[in-house]
Structures are given as C-alpha cells and as structure tokens.
Design a protein around this ligand. Structure first.
Ligand SMILES: *Cc1c(COP(=O)(O)O)cnc(C)c1O
Length: 232
C-alpha cells in the first residue's frame, strides 16, 4: 500500500480554497472545509486532526457513529452527509454535530426527539434535488418552503441552510449552474420567510472536482473527500 500524505493534501486543498475565494472576490477564509473521511481509517483522521482540521464528514450512518465514538476524546466536529434511515437517527442524534442531508419531515422529527435537550441543538441543512442531481435523494425545490418551516419549528434542531450534490457531469470547475440554483433557493427562502427566521447562513456545496465553481456561486462549506484522502 502506498503511503498517502493526507496533511500535504489538506494543505493543497486549503490553498485551492483560498485561491477560489480570491477569484470569486470573497473574503479569505469565508468558506469552510469539511474533510470527507468515508471509508478511510481513523488513523488518517487523527493525522489531520493533529494538523488542525476539525470538521469531518461521513455518509454511511453506522461508520459515522463508530468513528465519532472512537475519536470522542478529540475536539472534532462531525457532519453527516449521507442518506438517513429511521433506525439510525438515534445514533446520529447522539454523535453528530451537523446533518446536511435531511429530506423528510419524519427523519427530522426523530432527530429532534432523540437529540438530548441538554446538548447544543443539532445543526441541520435540507438536501435539495437541484437540476442535474446525481443522487435520487433530496427534496424537489417545490417542496422546500413547506419542509423548511416544519423543520425550523422542531425544538432540538437549528435549520442552517441547504445542501446539494450536483452530478459530476453537469458540474465542473467552470459550471456554476446547479450551485447558482441552490443559492437562489436559499435567498428566496430567507426573503419570503413567514415568522421569525432561522439562521439560514449555510450553503453546503462543492466537492473535489467542482469546489471552485461552488465557491464562485456562494458556497459556505465545501465537502472534500478524494483530494484530501485519496481515491476510495
Ligand atoms: C463522498 C461525498 C463527498 C466527497 O466527494 P469527493 O468527490 O471525494 O470529494 C461530498 N459529498 C457527499 C454527499 C459525499 O457522499
């Protein structure tokens, strides 16, 4: 097995992110980097944690729960970005800090019920199926306003924004289309909010292949796996 220098990779991705922020005319450091560690060993997460990376993303529920428990002594921030089944909500509500992939009220309700009120609330994003979406998951934009208001009313969740996973073929370093669509959906949601609005300050979009386009379109957190941890 070839040694992979994840810390050097992390520094390269951080540099890319700073360049993308500058090219987009945005302030330095305004986009957060979520290191997506799915399928990768905790030893590599420890190396990155020692280099200062705190936010890690996982998209298989049991793996996310196991890793968060194994690394509980480190001051890490755990983000769940994958599909959610009802029988995993308890573990996710207990061990995650963020959930990016809410696309059903039923799941949001369970997460809120199972999050201890003594803890800080779970920070959540709704996953939207924008044009050219790779996965089948995510709500259609027409259902966004209703679900957002329902989720925002749940006691132990804080609705922070939206997430999308555009298809690799339709998003590239240049194509900002699907990312612009997600930003516009967040802007509309904020503008038309009925009642006292949740923070709605997060656009979770951009991965290894397309982070530049996502930053150009207004991303606030990019989710990078391959370019930090190597191919899966
Ligand atoms: C795996 C994954 C990523 C990271 O993708 P890379 O192309 O490896 O950077 C980002 N977001 C989600 C939802 C993922 O499942």
């Amino acid at each position: 097995m070839t040694e992979i220098n994840v810390v050097a990779n992390l520094n390269r991705v951080q540099q890319r992110l700073r360049n993308a922020e500058r090219d987009a005319g945005r302030s330095e450091g305004c986009v957060a980097l979520l290191a997506v560690s799915k399928t990768k060993p905790v030893s590599l997460i420890r190396q990155l944690a020692a280099a200062g990376q705190q936010a890690f993303g996982e998209n298989y529920a049991q793996e996310a729960i196991d890793k968060a428990q194994q690394l509980a002594e480190l001051p890490l921030e755990w983000h769940f970005i994958g599909p959610i089944q009802s029988n995993k909500t308890k573990g996710l509500a207990t061990h995650m800090d963020w959930i990016h992939s809410i696309d059903r009220l039923k799941i949001a309700r369970r997460l809120s019920e199972q999050r201890s009120p003594e803890r800080s609330p779970l920070q959540v994003c709704l996953q939207v199926n924008v044009s050219g979406e790779a996965s089948k998951s995510g709500i259609p934009p027409t259902q966004l306003t209703e679900l957002a208001h329902e989720v925002a009313a749940l006691p132990n969740l804080v609705l922070r924004g939206l997430m999308a996973i555009p298809d690799k073929a339709s998003s590239s370093r240049q194509d900002t289309g699907p990312f612009d669509e997600l930003r516009e959906l967040l802007e509309t949601l904020r503008r038309d909010w009925q009642g006292s609005p949740p923070p709605l300050d997060t656009l979770s979009m951009g991965m290894s292949a397309d982070l530049e386009a996502a930053v150009m379109a207004g991303s606030t957190v990019v989710r990078v796996g391959t370019d930090v941890f190597g191919a899966r």
